[in-house]
Design a protein around this ligand. Structure first.
Ligand code: PBG
Length: 322
């Protein structure tokens, strides 16, 4: 006697009937990079199909996102002026604040998520302030709170802190509540590894650290139990979503977070993961569509509820065609 597993794979209809996980366009969050100036639509060289937009050209992109049925975007600001304390991050008229206001005006129903970090805004490229050559945790929190409140004032629907300072969720939650934004959820980059897969993003966001690396605040890729500690403290501090980042090489972590917590889990399919698939596809070495849909479905199978991906627009189109 043996099991005939192939019975349930005998036709497309049968396979459709027993499929356990399905991608939906509602699963996707699309990242956007906004820059100062006018007339800018500039492709990021290591991320084909992803652009820097100035505000005057952003509207077209937003309209496309909406027409594809994508419900949410993550906004990254790339400011012209950088300084020691990242003051453009919490300028109420900063580039990301202006962009958020515009996007909410053009597409009020779109869920606008603001990435809350300092690294694009500091001249040293670290995610917090520097004291005696080190990234100093608690003074950084104050600036991150100011940033989050300023983004909420601009109309952000969700605040997504990606800085990996300790206590950032508690600090931001309290700051938002005190400023009258108790209804704004926090999507915490709870489990964020010090990853080489962020390379293309740092080109896109001009956020490469000018000295050292991020290993004193982002996690060691070798660690798994530590992911549970990071996620647990963010839950306690009041996070509404838990993000795992990167995604492809961290499927076990997505699954672990899914099994141990009840909050929605977000997988961040990062820039290096995007660049690898694009590069191989441009060389004709892989089938981009098949590989991408397989990868995205894998994130869902691992336990992600939402996927933050540069492939959102492509995937939305492919799902429509299916
Ligand atoms: C900011 C931030 C980074 C990414 C998202 N937010 C870079 C970093 O931590 O260096 C990376 C995203 C990507 O690679 O797509 N802290």
């Amino acid at each position: 006697m043996f099991q005939r597993h192939r019975r349930l794979r005998s036709s497309a209809a049968m396979r459709n009937m027993i499929r356990e996980n399905q991608l939906r366009v509602e699963d996707f969050i699309y990242p956007l990079f906004v820059v100062e100036g006018e007339g800018v639509k500039e492709e990021i060289s290591s991320m084909p199909g992803v652009y820097h937009y100035s505000l005057d050209l952003l509207r077209e992109e937003i309209e496309e996102v909406v027409s594809l049925g994508i419900q949410s975007v993550m906004m990254f600001g790339v400011p012209e002026h950088k300084d020691e304390v990242g003051s453009e991050a919490y300028n109420d008229n900063g580039i990301v604040q202006q962009a958020i206001r515009k996007v909410k005006e053009w597409a009020p129903q779109l869920v606008v998520i603001a990435d809350t970090c300092l690294c694009q805004y500091t001249d040293h490229g670290h995610c917090g302030v520097i004291c005696d050559g080190e990234v100093d945790n608690d003074p950084s929190l104050e600036l991150l709170v100011k940033t989050a409140v300023s983004q909420a004032k601009a109309g952000a629907d969700v605040i997504a802190p990606s800085n990996m300072m300790d206590g950032f969720v508690a600090a931001i939650r309290q700051g938002l509540d005190e400023a009258g934004f108790s209804q704004i959820p926090v999507m915490s980059y709870a489990v964020k590894y010090a990853s080489a897969f962020y390379g293309p993003f740092r080109e896109a966001a001009h956020s490469t650290p000018q000295f050292g690396d991020r290993k004193t605040y982002q996690m060691d890729p070798a660690n798994k139990r530590e992911a549970l500690r990071e996620a647990a403290s963010d839950v306690e501090e009041g996070a509404d979503f838990l993000m795992v980042k990167p995604a492809m090489a961290y499927m076990d972590i997505i699954s672990l977070v899914r099994d141990n917590f009840n909050l929605p889990v977000v997988a961040y399919n990062v820039s290096g993961e995007y660049a690898m698939i694009k590069a191989a596809a441009l060389n004709g070495w892989i089938d981009e569509r098949a590989v991408t849909l397989e990868m995205l479905t894998g994130f869902k199978r691992a336990g992600a509820d939402l996927i933050l991906t540069y492939f959102s627009k492509d995937a939305a189109r492919w799902l429509k065609e299916q």
